[in-house]
Write a protein that binds this ligand. Structure first.
Ligand code: KPL
Length: 311
């Protein structure tokens, strides 16, 4: 089984280390030659939840190289903001049965790959794990979470994805197939719609969010709109369940900085358009007003420009 992890951000590095232990042929494809060279020179360092460090000698290549092999599964671990940019590069590392697991936050990633791959080879991979990249070749696992995989189009799970999942889930990793991936996606969107912009605008770790004045009313305002929009999209969400999930993620990933805050601190474009922005866009389609999510989207745009979190 040949697996590639495409993208050396926090989630990509975390999975590259895990996969290398279970599928020794795994190749990490980095977006820059600099990161490839550092990992080749230093190995991939992973700081685990218990503080212990492990060093992995993973195969690593630059994703722009010609002459890369084809893979059975690709863990696409780039940000939503980069999916469209690399869509045309993916087919050269795929054969006719390659499955692609999409690890992005938010909604709309599969649409960005439309025309490049049959939908039945695309899988959503939804995770609540916390990870922070501490350097080009070093990632820290900052929060325990779980991952769910589900097929985007209706159909049978492919033998390749089934085999990959059975090897991963027989180890200590919390990963499983979910027949109702649409619900899982909506629940994760609700979690990200609350945690990501608020931690970014207030410059807080996920755990500190819980003590912040104003957290509860903002959370309720955001969720109220997400629940209404999801209902129009055919998914009934239970607000109480969402609140409990958000509190649990904040506690389990207390030391983590959300991916949005990490992006802002690095001066990178955030995934706001695919998270709160997606709620606003879908709300518009259904004639639902979403002022709270719209306001947060604007505030995050402003923070992207100024580089300084605003409140
Ligand atoms: O998905 C995340 C993110 O930061 O994007 C959570 C689960 C909130 C962890 O920080």
């Amino acid at each position: 089984m040949r697996i590639a992890v495409w993208g050396g951000g926090s989630i990509g590095l975390l999975w590259a280390g895990r996969l290398a232990e279970r599928f020794p042929e795994t190749i990490l494809l980095t977006r820059t030659r600099e990161q490839r060279d550092q990992i080749r020179a230093n190995g991939l360092r992973v700081t685990k939840r218990n503080g212990r460090e492990s060093l992995h000698s993973v195969y690593v290549e630059w994703s722009g190289d010609h002459g890369l092999p084809v893979f059975d599964v690709i863990f696409l671990a780039v940000k939503q903001t980069d999916v469209a940019k690399i869509a045309s590069e993916l087919p050269r590392v795929c054969h006719s049965s390659t499955d692609i697991w999409l690890w992005q936050n938010g909604m709309g990633q599969e649409k960005q790959l439309r025309g490049y791959f049959p939908q039945e080879h695309l899988y959503h991979a939804v995770t609540t794990e916390g990870a922070m990249r501490r350097g080009l070749s070093h990632v820290e696992h900052t929060g325990e979470g779980e991952s769910r995989i589900g097929q985007i189009s209706e159909g049978n799970v492919s033998p390749i994805t089934e085999k990959t999942l059975s090897i991963l889930s027989s180890s200590e990793l919390s990963i499983a197939y979910d027949l109702d991936i649409k619900r899982v996606l909506w629940e994760k969107l609700a979690i990200n719609s609350v945690i990501n912009p608020l931690t970014s605008l207030w410059n807080l770790s996920n755990g500190d969010l819980l003590d912040q004045d104003g957290f509860k009313p903002w959370m309720e305002g955001i969720l109220d709109e997400v629940v209404q929009v999801a209902a129009f999209e055919g998914t009934a969400l239970e607000p109480r369940t969402l609140v409990n999930k958000i509190l649990a993620v904040c506690k389990k990933t207390a030391a983590n900085q959300s991916s949005m805050l990490q992006d802002l601190k690095r001066g990178k474009k955030t995934e706001i358009d695919f998270i709160n922005g997606a709620v606003v866009a879908k709300g518009k389609q259904h004639g639902i007003s979403t002022p709270v999510n719209a306001k947060l989207t604007q505030l995050v745009y402003r923070a992207e420009e100024t580089g300084i979190p605003v409140s």
